[in-house]
Write a protein that binds this ligand. Sequence first.
Ligand SMILES: [Zn+2]
Length: 639
Amino acid sequence: MTACGHISKVMLTGLAAIITMSPVLLSADRAGESGKAKIMPPPVGNVQVEDAFWAPRLKVYREKTIPHSWNYMGWEIRALKAANGLKVDGDLNNTWGEANLYKFMETCAYSLAMHPDEQLEKRIDEIIELLSGAQQPDGYLHAYVTNAGKTPWDPAFLDGSHDGYVLGHMIEAALEYDAATGKKTFLAIAQKAADQAYEHFLGPNGVPGFCGHAELEMALVELYRAVPNKRYLDLSRAFVEWRGRGKVKPFSETPRAYFQDEVPLRRQTALDGHAVRAVFFAAGVADIALETGDCDYRLAANRFWDSVTLRRMYITGSAGAREEHEAFGEDYELPNDGYCESCAACGMLDFAQRMFMLERTSQPIDVLERTLYNAVLHGISLDGTTTYYRNPLSDRDRPRDNCWVCCPPNLSRTLFQVGRYAYAFTNEDIYVNLFVGGSCTIPWKKDPVSLHVSTDYPWNGDIEIRVAAEAPRQFALHLRIPEWCRDAGIMLNGRQMTPLPLTDAGYVRIERPWKNHDTVKLTLPMPVMKMQAHPAVQSCAGKIALQRGPLVYGFEGIDNEGIDLHLAANSRFDTEHRPDMLGGVTVLRTRSKDGRDLTAIPFYALANRQNSTQEVWVRQEGARPDTRWWLAKLYRPIE
Ligand SMILES: [Zn+2]
C-alpha cells in the first residue's frame, strides 16, 4: 500500500488546505498523486458468461426482464415527448422518474454489449433522439423540471429535485451505451449536461450546493475516466466538500444526515442517513480517493466501509435497517424485519468494488459476493419479472411487485454487470474475484490474455482456470480465497502448490511467465456453516443462520409448514442438489427440536413458488451468545 508515504504529506498539506482553499483548489493541488498502476474492471463485453448459474439468469434478464420493464417506461417517454414540445396524453413522471429510464437504458447497454440486438438498439436510439430534443440550449436536461416549469438546480429544492441523481444515471447509461455500440450521440448529450452542471456550480457565477441524492459524484468520476477532462473530477469533489456546511436546505422534516450533510467529510465517522444515498455517496468518495490519491478521502471511505460492514450490515449483505427515512440504524441495530432496500444492496456492490480497487484486498469482494448472491439476487424473481423493494430476513407472506421503478431497474443494471465484478486488472496483474464460468479477455494492448473458467459455483467450489495467450506473458494472477473457505487447495499445471501462496491481501498470488494452456485448479471446500452474529446484535441472540459457500440459506413456510423453527441442539445438515427445483438449487435438510424434518433453500430463491413466510435466523436449542474475541467480524461460523 502507498498509504503511509502519502498520509503524512497529504494530511499535513490537507489540513492547511481545508481551512483556506476552495474544493477546486484542493483538487488541483493534489491531482495526479495517485501514482499506482491503474486498476480497473474489464468492459462488460469482454466477459462471456457461460456457466449453469449465471448464463440462464442473464438470458432471462435479456428475454423477459428487459421487455417487461419497457412496459413501465411510458411516463418517462411521455415526459421526454412533452419536453420536445409534442402533445401527449397521460401522466408525466415525478422528480426522480427519469432515473428509471436511464437505469433501463444502462441495462440494455450491458445486454447489447454481450448480445447484439438490432431491435433493442433501435429502441434506445429513438429514446436518445428524444433526449437530444429535450436538452436545453445550455445543456440542462431533466424533462420533469422543464415540463413543470421549475428552476433547474433550484437552490431551494436541491435535496428534493433529484437533478443530480438523474444526471448521474444518465451519465452512467451514456458511458455504457458508448462502450457497447461505439455510438457517441448519447455520451455527447450526457457530457453537455455535465458541462452545464459544472458551469452552474463551479463556473464564474457558480453557486455552491449539491444534489441531496448522491449518485452524480461517482458518475462524474466515471465520466472523468472516459473523457479525461478534470472539470468532472473537480465537480464531483466539490459536491463532497460542500456537504456538512449548511449549503442545502432539507426539503421536508428530514434530518441533515438523511442526505449526508450533517458534518463535513473529515469529521464523518460512520455512514448514516438514507442508506441508498449514503452508499452511493461513499462509493463516490472512494472513487475520488482512487483518482486523486487523497488520503483524507481514502480514510473517510475506510471509516464508512468499516461502519457498514462491521456494524450495520445484514448477513445477506443488505444495508439500511430502518423504514423511517429508509435509513441506517445505530450500530448493531439489525432487526430481522428491517427495511433492506434493494437499491442499497446494489449500491453496496458499487461501494465494495471501489473499496477493492482502493485497497486491493479481498475483504470488499467478500462483501460484494455476499451481497450479490444473497440480497441482490433475492430482490428479483427467478422469472425476472417481479421484484422486492425490501428484502428483510424475516418476512410474512408478502408478494413481490411487478412495477418497475426505483429498485427493479437498479437490480437489472447491477446483475448484468456480474462479469465486471468477477475480474480486475492492472498492467501486471489479473484478479479473479468471483468464480463465474465462461471467459474473460483482458484488454491489454500488447499480448492480450484470456482466462477460461469452468465451474459449478456456487454449488461446489472446484474451479478450473485455463490461460489463453498467443505469446507468453509475465503477470501475477491473483485468485481470491473467500473468507468462508478453510483449507483451500491449488494446483498449477497438475502440481499441488504447498504451502498455498496466500498473501496478506487474501489472494493466492502466482506470478510467472504465463503461457497458452497453463491451467490452475482451485478447490474451495464448502461445508454447511452455522453462522452466529456479533453478541451486540440483539435480534440474532440465541439464533443461528446457515451458510454454504457464498449462499446464506432461509426457511420458507411452503417447505416447513406449521413447523416451529427451533433446531435441535448440535443439529446436523445433509445437502442435496435438486436440479428440478427453483432452477436447480442445493437444499439443506435438518431436524427440528421435536424431531421433524426441516428444509432450507438459498435466501435468493425464497418467494418464488407461492407467497410464504421467510426466515433466516432460527433458534437452536442451547445456542448462547458467544462473547469471546470478536475483532473485525460481524458474523462468523460457530466452531
Ligand atoms: Zn430503490
